[in-house]
Design a binder for this molecule. Structure first.
Ligand SMILES: *Cc1c(COP(=O)(O)O)cnc(C)c1O
Length: 375
């Protein structure tokens, strides 16, 4: 079994038999020829059902997470929503309290119509998780590290709790990517990634993936719903994601190095009240992170002393960090999450989230230094 750097560097590369081309082909066809007995000689019928570029990309994505099966979707939200819609009506879902904001909105607005119940729990508190389990709890929805507070949940412990209750554990591993964290090896049943972020890696494609530990009825149900509901990624998006994956381990190493430098700079700064980064020894789950991640990632957040207006002023003074949403691209971004999340946000008003990119770390620190300078 090749290591992840090797898998990624050669992703989708098997010379094309008709030309010898090394790079993976982009196949845009919507329909595929039937055989004389109405059979499908290559297994493809119609692009929405399955298509060659999507399948190439899914094979690579499955290998990165050690999954038995991968399903690609047009967005991370489509991946998560599809999985949630395959749960039997009457199921209860435990959502971690710092899950990606749109999933909490989805639970509030759509779960009642889908016949699902849910509770929101701090997944870093295993006693609270245990107490919130019900006989009808079918799924634990963890996100680690979480957005935007960078909480780290103990994947192996959560898997044990879930399985003892007859439930499954999903881990949204978007912030870590398969390079830094392998949830399936720790006992999770499904991993979700927004491929829009590190997998694509260049801020120019959307996608989502579900990586299943087993190619079981649940994976088949998600595939069936994707096929009928039409949440198939375009071949072009699949191809761009496959291209991004080839440099994923190399990019993650730089993201991690830069974020560690930024976190250390911010921790020592007089105008910074708090830094949320699992790579800092003082992070409350640093030990869990050090155990289950190979490095701490490129995402962090910090709280500016002085709250909302001070945080907005600091963000406005940044020149290299661009004020924009999303993460995982080559360029560094800053975002005031409470503004983006709106009235129901629980994010601290003084918090700024940073997606640390691939610039030189000294340039990033210089930008933060001038933006935080009291004027
Ligand atoms: C962005 C994101 C999502 C949603 O993905 P989209 O591709 O935007 O639909 C889910 N989880 C996390 C942690 C994310 O950062």
């Amino acid at each position: 079994m090749s290591r992840i750097e090797t898998l990624a560097a050669r992703a989708g590369s098997h010379p094309d038999p008709s030309s010898g081309a090394l790079s993976p082909p982009l196949q845009l066809a919507t329909t595929f020829e039937h055989g004389p007995a109405a059979e499908l000689p290559h297994g493809f019928l119609y692009q929405r059902y399955d298509n060659p570029t999507q399948r190439d990309t899914e094979q690579v994505l499955a290998a990165l997470d050690g999954a038995a099966r991968a399903l690609l979707f047009p967005t991370g939200m489509a991946a998560g929503s599809t999985l949630l819609q395959t749960l039997p009506a009457g199921s209860h879902v435990l959502l971690c309290d710092d899950s990606y904001f749109s999933f909490r909105v989805l639970a509030r607005e759509q779960f009642p119509r889908w016949g699902l119940e849910y509770s929101v729990v701090d997944f870093t508190d295993l006693d609270a998780v245990r107490a919130a389990l019900r006989p009808e709890t079918a799924l634990l929805w963890a996100e680690t590290p979480s957005n935007p507070l960078l909480k780290v949940a103990d994947i192996a412990a959560l898997a044990e709790l879930a399985h003892a209750n007859g439930a499954r554990l999903l881990v949204d591993g978007t912030f870590a990517s398969p390079v830094l964290q392998q949830p399936l090896a720790l006992g999770a049943d499904v991993v979700l990634h927004s491929a829009t972020k590190y997998l694509g890696g260049h801020g120019d494609v959307m996608g989502g993936v579900l990586n299943f530990a087993r190619d079981d009825a649940h994976a088949a149900a998600c595939h069936g719903l994707r096929l009928l509901a039409g949440a198939t990624a375009s071949p072009f998006a699949a191809w761009i994601i496959l291209r991004g994956v080839r440099t994923l381990p190399a990019r993650m190493a730089w993201h991690c190095r830069n974020a560690q430098a930024v976190a250390q700079f911010l921790v020592g700064h007089a105008r910074v009240a708090k830094v949320h980064f699992p790579g800092l020894a003082q992070h409350p789950q640093h030990a869990v992170a050090a155990r289950q991640m190979s490095d701490f990632g490129g995402m962090l957040s910090f709280e500016v002393a002085g709250g909302r207006s001070a945080a907005l002023a600091v963000a406005a003074r940044m020149r290299l960090f661009t004020n924009a949403t999303s993460l995982g691209s080559t360029e560094s971004l800053v975002e005031h999450r409470a503004s983006v999340e709106g009235a129901t946000s629980t994010t601290p008003e003084g918090l700024l989230r940073l997606s640390v990119g691939l610039e030189h770390p000294d340039d990033l620190l210089a930008d933060l230094d001038q933006a935080l300078a009291v004027t």
